[in-house]
Ligand binder design. Structure first.
Ligand SMILES: [Zn+2]
Length: 141
């Protein structure tokens, strides 16, 4: 179970109004603001659930649903059609702020925004893993 509002969490401090950020949108369960400190491109914004949850799988469903809709609306408001939506969970996956959040990173040109290397994946048999996921979801094939 997640802790409602840890005192030292950066994003919880934004919820409480203790940290000034350039807010762009707020709903019942989520907030969106401009990433000003580490922006990868113009319009790089961050969306997060108001209720503290370290990772995506711990976040409220309602907040997650609102966040993707906000990402869509902000992308439209920006007038950007090429962009990345990034969401990291855990330190080795690149998460640095441990309150689940989603980045909208506009890609105005090839050199701007998120740059990642394609083709590093390994070919593997995913059938057994798919079975485990279906079992975990309570579904059979
Ligand atoms: Zn938090």
């Amino acid at each position: 179970m997640s802790i409602p509002f840890p005192a030292d969490c950066l994003l919880c401090r934004i919820v409480r109004g203790e940290l000034a950020v350039e807010r762009i949108v707020e709903t019942g369960h989520a907030i969106g603001f401009m990433n000003e400190r580490e922006a990868l491109s113009r319009g790089h914004s961050v969306f997060f659930p108001k209720r503290h949850a370290p990772s995506l799988h711990e976040a409220d469903d309602a907040a997650l649903a609102e966040i993707l809709v906000l990402v869509k609306k902000v992308a439209r408001a920006l007038g950007v059609e090429t962009y990345n939506v990034l969401q990291n969970n855990g330190a080795i996956a690149g998460q640095t702020v441990f309150h689940a959040h989603v980045h909208l990173i506009p890609k105005w040109s090839e050199s701007e925004g998120l740059v990642y290397e394609r083709g590093r994946g390994r070919q593997m048999d995913q059938k057994e893993t798919a079975e485990r996921i279906r079992a975990g979801l309570g579904r059979s094939r």
